[in-house]
Design a protein around this ligand. Structure first.
Ligand SMILES: [Zn+2]
Ligand SMILES: [Zn+2]
Length: 364
């Protein structure tokens, strides 16, 4: 059937809204009418690496209404409200052990530009479009998802707020809930107050973490972090940043979380830990890390990467939605909704006043 997608033709141009053809669902696939789609930095990092001229559709924080299901899909029905997340195979050793984010087929299922069988779910003027991004490509009015990456949510769920729970909010909150697991007497330092970092602040607050320190260069974002539960905020440009964190935490933080990927920031994040402290890094693309080896060894510190907050979306997304309903995870405060057609503006404003843009789709 025909639908519309925001097509990218490479790193140096914006998006163009074009009519595309979306295939019929395979037996294990689910066709979703997208009503909201968050924009995540991974969309832009992937776009920046794509050769010029290749038509591609990104988008991996989609949410919407199920339109049709393949013959093997029994637990999702047309009309269901769904949040789309990353794809996984469900059968490899990692998936069977509950660690779907480390699926052996993660790259093939999320970043190959086509379905697992090699076909393209989207085409443009008869030619394949690089698509099936994170098993969805949701910068479009319709997305082809799978049984594995669809999370059915309640019929009254606000899908604009729920959409980023499929990746950005899941990454921040999951890193706290699943990986760092702070206790009430713990101290967590969050470096970078974008959507991922602020989701970590909210999750730490929801868990009752005693000390939550938010670090960012922008005062506006530090203020937002304080409103969302950070007990202290610090300017990332402060020359005595590590010393200040040590003072606030009585000698060093028990936990730290870096969303920036900037080597100098990650180095400080590790230095700001106390003995046996743990740092999780999720920032991508700013270069290789340069850590103080003596400090790591002498302090018995742990530095660990995480993708998607180690989360199984079918478990974490419902938890975040229940926290949100109780007012303990006010994700709606991070979101700016913009019409699908204004995707270029939405991307540009991620560098200025918008923490988490979510595209909305008027029915046409
Ligand atoms: Zn797997
Ligand atoms: Zn993402």
């Amino acid at each position: 059937m025909r639908t519309q997608a925001a097509v990218s033709y490479g790193p140096d141009t914006g998006f163009t809204i074009e009519d595309v053809e979306i295939a019929d669902p395979r037996p294990d696939e689910i066709l979703v009418r997208v009503t909201a789609a968050g924009i995540c930095h991974t969309d832009l990092v992937t776009k920046a690496m794509m050769p010029a001229g290749v038509p591609a559709v990104y988008g991996h924080e989609g949410a919407g209404i199920v339109e049709a299901t393949g013959a093997e899909v029994t637990d999702v029905r047309p009309g269901d409200r769904v949040v789309l997340s990353y794809n996984s195979c469900g059968t490899c050793g990692s998936c069977a052990a509950g660690s779907r984010a480390y699926c052996a087929r993660f790259a093939a299922l999320n970043n190959a530009g086509r379905r697992p069988d090699g076909s393209a779910a989207l085409s443009l003027d008869g030619s394949d479009v690089w698509s099936s991004f994170f098993g969805q490509s949701s910068f479009a009015r319709h997305a082809m998802a799978t049984r594995e990456n669809v999370v059915v949510v309640a019929a009254d769920t606000d899908l604009v707020t729920a959409a980023p729970m499929g990746c950005g909010f899941q990454t921040g909150a999951g890193s706290v809930v699943n990986v760092l697991r702070p206790e009430p007497d713990s101290s967590l330092v969050v470096f970078g107050c974008g959507g991922v970092g602020l989701a970590a602040v909210m999750a730490a607050n929801a868990l009752g973490t005693g000390t939550v320190i938010a670090v960012d260069l922008a005062k506006q974002r530090r203020d937002l972090a304080a409103q969302l539960g950070a007990t202290h905020t610090l300017d990332g440009a402060d020359a005595d940043l590590v010393e200040r964190i040590r003072e606030l935490t009585g000698g060093g933080a028990t936990h730290a979380f870096d969303t920036t990927g900037v080597p100098a920031v990650v180095r400080n994040a590790a230095l700001a830990l106390g003995r046996l402290g743990s740092l999780v890094v999720v920032g991508l693309g700013a270069g290789d890390l340069n850590l103080d080896t003596m400090d790591l060894i002498g302090g018995g510190k742990t530095v660990r990467g995480s993708i998607e907050g180690d989360a199984n979306p079918k478990e974490l997304v419902p938890l975040l939605l229940s926290w949100q309903a109780e007012g303990r995870f006010p994700a709606e405060r991070l979101i700016t909704a913009l019409p699908f057609e204004r995707i270029d503006e939405a991307v540009a404003r991620m560098r200025t006043d918008v923490v988490k843009p979510v595209l909305t789709f008027a029915t046409s």
